[in-house]
Design a protein. Structure first.
Lengths: 439, 445
């Protein structure tokens, strides 16, 4: 079979003195599945991930559907029971897992590279992704597990904050839906909805295959063909709607009896591929994404002892991701913490960051890039992201160059333009008296 | 098929330079007693540097609980040469990451850097090993941070509240009975003198291990270690007295009714030997394999019988960590599917009885063996974890050479060995049963 090589890119990191190469080979199988492959022979292992556009953004009006489908993927085919499938992986020492988020659902396997051990594992993987048949008893069991997980989350301040925050910043957008569903929706999910979701989303055209490890291009190609060839061709999915940012700032209060109040504050960010992502990434790193040296950690933790963890984060997805600041503080310090967080963010929007902070952050981001790619698992994560979001194969190298080229004004103006306090959603989870008093 | 996998591992281990032991580790000891372990891994231009001290929460008595952990926080408060915050700033500027962690048996500090920046990390670690400044103001801020950490991890979480109560009953009279973060009243009471004493007692090269893993040459690491740590004076450390326990302790139950818990949970733990405390060096491997037979994956017994078969549990698991200094725990847990926690307990006890009465089948034995050997190999994908393993094996007293014995021991285990270990160790008089229930839930019987 002829392999269609669309691109082969050499990533070279030399910013820190050491050099590191990851040769990403990219092609499309006959069935229409994009494949990304990195050859790594140091360990006799292979990682394979199949990523589908089948996350909770595709739930429609049945929250939890994508998650339930993903959770049921290994629970049976017409030929084999859940136990037989699992033991089919385990006897070869392979580890298989499924997962789902807002944009994607994925199934990953890590196996030994020796063909006699890898080939049967790939056969099993192809069987389950294409022929999962969702036995009724498994549907009930997984429903129960999801429901217990949701009940448990009701006493978790961080889980409550996350749920309220996503609802607050995304409003009616599909991203607002909790990937794990709600107690009511999980109760109502049906087997036929799962079967239908699987049929429409787990298709060759809707899949990306990522392979990293101890094998040559020919075997990688055979694996990709076996996986994509097993799937139905499928039809293209509709693009997700655009995210409308919140019309106005709002505080959402969620009562929970506790010694601390959990705070989450932020708004939708930008989508993958946006030009503004780079200056926002750098701005976020300076503000709260850079660990102990960031502004929030310094002001909240080092100077005031207000919290154990104060940070900010920036994500991007197929549609706008999110920017958020997060902390947990003892109840009597809530107002002080809110002031520090708001002031810190406002300063980033008004003033250029101090020259020293700017250059330290840039050096940390560019210098630490190889650290994020020092294992096969990390590499797999990166190529899967590049593949799913259709980023340029030299995305990582470009990223470092783009960060390096930014100045303080670029950071200030991106923060000013994209993080508008008039649209900030603030979530407070804590005792009623505390959160009602806070402004 | 079976032998092909086994052939892979020695081939891999033999790859590095001849001077190394078969575990791929090169060891040096400086004159002041600092032990240096180097694990070469040249896949990426990255190095992990970890300084481990043989002190953790299990070294503390009541009145001292949480001191190791609070002290770990104070290690970021600066020296004469480097003011507070400078350590983190330098590492960050050099493109590195850093943090620290405290366990029951160790306190450890790490940096992950581009390989050619190792000296930056070593210089800073050596400086704070010898020249830390501890002042009252920094202590009072950091104490608040730690109390917030305690609220976050324990006081405000049903699972955290349950875990503290379980440990207090499961490990009575030992250093494992109290939480790593310490009891809040102890943490609130420490003063500068307590922290200085802790530093003087435990933070000395003769009580430390420098583990370096990644794209480095052992000899180069050796000379760098000599350059930065060589002049620090080695002191004697206090003798650790670990209390003799009641043997056997007897079966115990702890029922925690939590006002905020929504889901009933069961935890069962048998007190069993660890790598350093086992009389027979083979027993910890047998216990590891027993845990794999029960819960090596979704095809193993607990998922097959409790979750899918009878459906009595929504989730069930088993585990055993032999890398601890004192005796360890063979743990089981379960979440009842319909709230019937007694039925889950009965089913788990039935699983233990089956291990004691019936020999594991060849197929199950071979599957568990394949999984353990493959997992052992998969662990090598993480440079950081490789360094962690060495540090844990050393600080718990097992010795890093333990890694060499893994494959041979796992291969040698028979069904008879597993049954014998289950009979010898998984006895009711060694068992603690812990149950967390929602406060408003009725007892089922």
């Amino acid at each position: 079979m002829k392999r269609l090589i669309a691109a082969a890119t050499l990533i070279l990191f030399s910013h820190t003195g050491g050099a590191m190469q990851a040769d990403i080979q990219e092609w499309t199988t006959r069935a229409g599945t994009d494949v990304l492959f990195v050859e790594r022979h140091e360990l006799p292992i292979v990682d394979v991930r199949v990523t589908f556009d089948a996350g909770s953004a595709r739930d429609g009006d049945t929250p939890g559907l994508a998650r339930m489908t993903s959770n049921l993927l290994l629970e049976g085919t017409p030929e084999r029971s859940a136990g037989a499938i699992a033991r089919g992986f385990e006897r070869y020492g392979a580890r298989v897992s499924t997962g789902s988020g807002r944009d994607t659902a994925q199934v990953s396997v890590r196996a030994l590279s020796e063909p006699a051990r890898l080939d049967p594992v790939i056969d099993s993987l192809a069987e389950v992704i294409a022929r999962a048949d969702f036995p009724s008893d498994a549907v009930e069991r997984v429903r129960r597990q999801m429901s217990l997980g949701l009940q448990q989350a009701q006493s978790s301040a961080s889980a409550l904050a996350e749920k309220a925050f996503m609802r607050g910043i995304y409003g009616e957008h599909p991203y607002a839906t909790p990937p794990g569903g709600t107690l009511e929706s999980v109760d109502e999910l049906t087997r036929s909805a799962v079967v239908d979701f699987h049929r429409r989303h787990y298709t060759a055209r809707n899949a990306t295959v990522s392979i990293v490890g101890d094998l040559g291009a020919e075997r990688a190609e055979a694996i990709a063909n076996a996986l994509s060839g097993a799937l139905p061709a499928g039809e293209s999915l509709q693009a997700l709607p655009a995210v409308e940012p919140p019309a106005s700032a709002r505080t959402i209060r969620v009562p929970l009896e506790a010694e601390q109040t959990h705070v989450m504050m932020g708004q939708p960010s930008v989508r993958k591929g946006s030009e503004a992502y780079y200056p926002l990434y750098l701005g976020n790193h300076i503000l709260g994404g850079g660990g102990l040296t960031s502004i929030l950690a310094e002001r909240m933790r080092e100077e005031r002892g207000l919290s154990y963890s104060s940070a900010s984060s920036l994500t991007s997805g197929a549609r706008r991701g999110r920017f958020q600041m997060t902390t947990q503080v003892r109840n009597d310090s809530l107002q002080e913490a809110l002031s520090v967080m708001r002031d810190s963010l406002e300063a980033m929007r008004v003033d250029e960051p101090a020259a020293q902070r700017l250059s330290d952050s840039k050096r940390n981001i560019t210098g630490s890039f190889p650290l994020q790619l020092d294992s096969n698992r990390d590499l797999l994560g990166y190529v899967a992201t590049i593949g799913f979001y259709d980023l340029s194969p030299d995305y990582l190298e470009q990223f470092v160059e783009r960060i390096d080229a930014l100045d303080g004004e670029a950071v200030r103006s991106a923060m000013h333009e994209h993080i508008d306090p008039a649209r900030n959603i603030t979530v407070l989870v804590g005792p009623e008296a505390t959160i009602n008093e806070a402004e | 098929m079976r032998n092909a996998l086994l052939a892979l591992i020695p081939a891999l281990m033999a790859a590095p330079v001849a001077a190394q032991s078969s575990s791929g580790v090169t060891e040096f000891t400086l004159d002041n007693g600092l032990q240096v372990l180097v694990r070469e891994d040249h896949r990426a231009p990255v190095v992990v540097s970890q300084v481990w001290y043989r002190v953790g929460s299990s070294y503390e008595t009541r009145g001292e609980t949480g001191l190791s952990h609070l002290f770990e926080h104070m290690m970021f408060k600066g020296t004469e040469r480097h003011a507070e915050g400078e350590f983190s700033e330098i590492i960050s500027r050099e493109g590195g990451r850093l943090n620290a962690f405290t366990g029951r048996d160790f306190s450890a500090y790490f940096e992950i850097m581009a390989a050619d920046r190792l000296a930056v990390a070593l210089e800073l670690e050596a400086d704070r090993m010898a020249n830390l400044q501890i002042n009252a103001e920094a202590l009072s801020t950091e104490r608040e941070v730690v109390l917030e950490e305690r609220r976050l991890r324990t006081d405000d979480r049903p699972e955290g509240r349950f875990a503290e109560r379980y440990a207090a009953i499961a490990h009575p009279g030992t250093g494992y009975a109290h939480p790593i973060i310490g009891w809040a009243d102890d943490v609130a009471a420490f003063d500068v003198a307590d922290l200085r004493d802790w530093y003087d007692q435990w933070y000395t090269p003769s009580n430390a291990i420098l583990v370096v893993a990644g794209d480095v040459e052992p000899e180069a690491v050796h000379s760098m270690a000599q350059e930065y740590f060589g002049d620090i004076e080695g002191r004697e450390v206090p003798t650790v007295h670990d209390a003799d326990n009641l043997q056997p302790p007897g079966e115990r139950r702890v029922i925690h009714r939590d006002p905020q818990a929504r889901v009933t949970q069961l935890r069962m733990g048998y007190e069993v030997p660890s790598f350093p405390t086992a009389e027979s060096s083979r027993d910890p491997y047998a216990l590891q394999m027993l845990a794999t037979i029960l819960d090596g994956g979704d095809g193993a017994r607990l998922a097959e019988d409790l979750v899918r078969g009878s459906g009595v549990a929504a989730a069930a698991g088993a585990g055993y960590n032999p890398m601890v200094r004192l005796d360890g725990e063979f743990s089981l847990f379960g979440v009842p599917a319909e709230g019937d926690v007694e039925a889950v307990e009965t089913a788990l006890r039935e699983q233990i009885r089956r291990l004691q009465e019936t020999l594991v089948s060849d197929e199950a034995l071979e599957r568990a063996r394949s999984q353990m050997l493959a997992d052992h190999l998969f662990e090598m994908d993480s440079v950081f974890y490789q360094a962690m393993q060495l540090g844990m094996l050393e600080t718990t007293g097992a010795g890093y050479q333990t890694l060499n014995a893994f494959e041979e021991n796992v291969r040698a285990l028979t069904a008879e060995d597993l049954r014998a270990a289950a009979r010898k160790y998984l006895r009711p008089e060694m068992l603690t049963v812990g149950i967390m229930r929602p406060a408003d839930e009725e007892d089922a019987g």
